[in-house]
Design a protein around this ligand. Structure first.
Ligand code: MOS
Length: 735
């Protein structure tokens, strides 16, 4: 299905099954332990051996020598894989540092060896016998210092330019009545998903089966083939259940490559999981940013000038954090500019983490907007509404496909009781506790991606959907089943969904909040093709109705299974986008509200309640969508108050590399969350009239918390996370 014009009325509009709060169809499997994750696919007594990954002990330099004879002689050891004996390795499209280092080391804990043994314990024990000598070189690990030296180079944000400029920012800013010029910083963050990166590899001749935990089946398969120097068709890649990814499993990682190499050497299936302390420095993370924001406005509250400069760092070949992305689109203002600077930093690879760009960008922009509203003596909600725009502010000829930001702000303010917000910071107390209200706008782009699926109708009327789409804990199985059931007019219980295998047609995969909208659009397309095949088979017109498990036309009511009486009917199709996303700006919008308390004596901060209002087109399943959004809101609280990879500037690594020291919120930190979805359809964005929603739930949250903390105690912290040490000295003196 070529999607080139806005969607007209279609089968999805019936909303008899889609848009219903259906519980996960894989819920029982998951809660009963029946869902098999990558590392569990081959259990005990299957002949599988275990690989233990050894990470580099330096951040930059060379391996001078790697002595493995003692390890090889250790009990149970089957093989030791190093760059020296692994053969020539290629590089995948999405990795910029090799996944097996040697002799060059590019970052701390980059894999330098895999020890394979009969048991995990034997492999781990033998790994301690490796004698590795390094020639360390000096690296750059300090973004502040790199920025101060002027090291940042302009770097494009994927397809978008590094810098943009409209009108005369400098002139308009100089003349503006009210001005803000502040700098904000966000730290390196880790995806910290529950399931670590894990794979099992098994060779059969030159055919490789890899069970793994991958958000993007086809990307992993292609990059693994390139890395191993074999044809993609020789690899079967299977990733049916995933214990979270948040972008950390978008790209091929060392576990998969080393499992394949280890299995080839040991001539056994090999299981490799990254131990938790390796995940933080061996894989990717969200890069730290330094962001300067300047806003100029007239006394009436209209923004006349806005500029956003962002600095981040990465290894050679790595992308910048696109923190200015939202600023290009969120508010009106005739004179504007953005700049993206990238410094060379020798920390581990920086890459996509949930809402890359927008999430850290809004941590700065939405605090700047709060500061500006205060200078203008305007309510922050009002200030944002005044500067809303229905066109791309950089390209006014481009409209948004749908933009209901104002409605989100208005409804949110009403439902949250925003009018009760203390106007003056540090003015509301309940005993020891200061109370503060904060809010922020939410913004995240919608990404159109090709996605294919296959559907198979059996004579029993059951329909099997196959696509290499993944479910990273998001509910893909469920919404895909709902889509197929709605389109085919059959009950949900008649649908079987098979995901996460390279045996199936290539989907969009899971990432960038593009998974739900595109994968269901692909399934819808395949189902519409199957409907045509069924009608043809039954000799009925193409516009026959599909409902109640029957095909209906005129007097005819034929059970759909009859079309498969002489064998299964199989249809394969997908969604492929034209230029609608070029003609229109497709984005999602929302508003976050938050109430916090700050202890007057200790500065301990607690979030009391949160509300998100989201506008993201049709909501395919309000239950799974809500789960996505409350999870994202929780992550936003972490970004505001806890999360930070601490850089050891001498060793060049993240020093808090485990879940004890890398803090994220737990249930006790999150007392009350509400989510409201605006009832809207976006026929320009997709055949489903839906857009992405998950990452929207994160974008703006940290700023809403930061603004609430400011409202509570009148202390502005511009350096995340807002830990109590940053508040303590500046706390108001108690009366
Ligand atoms: Mo996404 S960056 O895969 O959460």
């Amino acid at each position: 299905m070529k999607f080139t014009e806005p969607a007209g009325p279609n089968a999805i509009d019936n909303q008899t099954i889609i848009s219903r709060p259906v519980s996960r169809i894989d819920g029982r499997l998951k809660t009963s332990g029946g869902a098999k994750y990558g590392y569990e696919q081959l259990g005990p007594n299957t002949g599988a051996a275990y690989g233990y990954v050894v990470g580099a002990g330096i951040a930059k330099g060379k391996i001078r020598s790697l002595e493995s004879s003692a390890a090889r002689a250790a009990p149970g050891v089957l093989a030791v894989v190093t760059a020296e004996n692994a053969g020539k390795l290629g590089k995948g499209k999405y990795n910029f540092a090799p996944l097996l280092a040697g002799p060059e080391v590019h970052h701390y804990h980059q894999a330098v060896a895999l020890v394979v043994a009969d048991t995990f314990e034997a492999a781990r024990s033998a790994a301690t016998l490796l004698r590795i000598e390094y020639a360390a070189e000096k690296g750059e690990f300090d973004l502040q210092a790199a920025r101060a030296r002027g090291d940042g180079q302009p770097a494009p944000i994927e397809q978008d330019p590094a810098d943009t400029s409209v009108g005369d920012f400098d002139g308009a800013f100089a003349k503006a009545s009210i001005k803000l010029d502040e700098t904000y910083s966000t730290p390196d963050q880790s995806h910290a998903m529950m399931e670590p990166h894990a794979s099992i590899a098994a060779w059969d001749g030159d055919q490789l089966t890899l069970w793994t935990s991958a958000q993007m089946v086809d990307w992993h398969r292609s990059d693994l083939a390139k890395t191993l120097g074999i044809e993609k068709e020789k690899i079967r890649l299977i990733s049916p259940f995933i214990g979270g990814g948040f972008g950390g499993k978008l790209f091929l990682r060392a576990d998969a490559v080393l499992a394949a190499l280890g299995s080839r050497k040991a001539r056994r299936p090999v299981k490799v999981a990254l131990p938790r302390p390796l995940v933080f420095n061996n894989t990717t993370h969200r890069p730290a940013t330094i962001q300067r924001i300047r806003i100029g406005a007239e006394l009436d509250g209209k923004i006349v000038a806005i500029a956003h400069d962002s600095w981040s760092g990465n290894l050679d070949g790595g992308p910048p954090e696109g923190a200015v992305a939202a600023t290009r689109l969120l508010y009106a203002g005739a004179n504007r500019q953005t700049a993206t600077r990238l410094a060379k930093i020798d920390l581990p690879e920086g890459h996509s983490m949930r809402a890359p760009g927008e999430a850290p960008g809004l941590m700065a922009l939405e605090v700047a907007m709060d500061e500006m509203a205060e200078k203008l003596k305007l309510d922050p909600v009002e200030f944002r509404m005044m500067n809303d725009t229905q066109v791309d502010p950089e390209k006014p000829e481009r409209k948004f496909s749908l933009r209901n930001l104002r409605a989100c702000l208005q409804l949110g303010a009403e439902r949250f009781g925003w009018s009760r917000r203390p106007m003056t910071p540090a003015s509301l107390r309940e005993g020891r506790l200061y109370i503060g209200y904060g809010m922020a706008a939410a913004f995240r782009n919608n990404i159109a991606m090709k996605s294919d699926a296959r559907v198979r109708l059996g004579r029993d009327g059951r329909i099997v959907v196959e696509t290499d789409m993944t479910d990273i804990g998001t509910g893909s199985y469920t919404i895909i089943a709902q889509t197929a059931a709605e389109t085919m007019g059959v009950p949900l219980s008649s649908i079987d969904v098979r995901l996460g295998s390279s045996d199936y047609p290539v989907s969009c995969g899971s990432g960038g909040q593009f998974g739900a909208v595109n994968s269901t659009s692909g399934v819808f397309a395949a189902c519409m093709k199957l409907r045509e095949d069924i009608a043809r088979k039954l000799g009925l017109p193409f516009d026959s109705k599909f409902e109640g498990g029957r095909v209906a036309s005129g007097e005819w009511r034929i059970p759909v299974g009859e079309a498969a009486a002489n064998g299964d009917l199989v249809a394969e199709d997908g969604v492929e986008y034209g230029d609608l996303d070029k003609r229109y700006q497709e984005s999602t919008f929302g508003a976050h509200f938050c109430e916090v308390t700050v202890d007057a004596d200790t500065a301990e901060m607690r979030v009391r309640r949160m509300l998100a209002v989201c506008a993201a087109g049709r909501i395919l399943n309000p239950k799974t969508a809500r789960s996505q959004v409350i999870g994202a809101m929780t992550m936003g609280v972490g970004a505001a108050l806890m999360e930070e990879l601490t850089v050891d500037k001498r060793a060049g690594c993240f020093i808090n590399h485990d879940l004890a020291a890398y803090e994220v919120p737990v249930n006790a930190d999150i007392p009350h969350q509400d989510v409201i979805f605006l009832d809207e359809l976006d026929p320009i964005a997709s055949p489903m009239k839906a857009k992405g929603v998950a990452e929207l739930g994160l974008c703006g949250v940290a700023a809403a918390v930061a603004n609430a903390v400011y409202n509570a105690v009148g202390v502005r912290v511009r350096d995340y996370p807002i830990t109590l040490d940053k508040l303590l000295e500046k706390m108001p003196i108690r009366a």
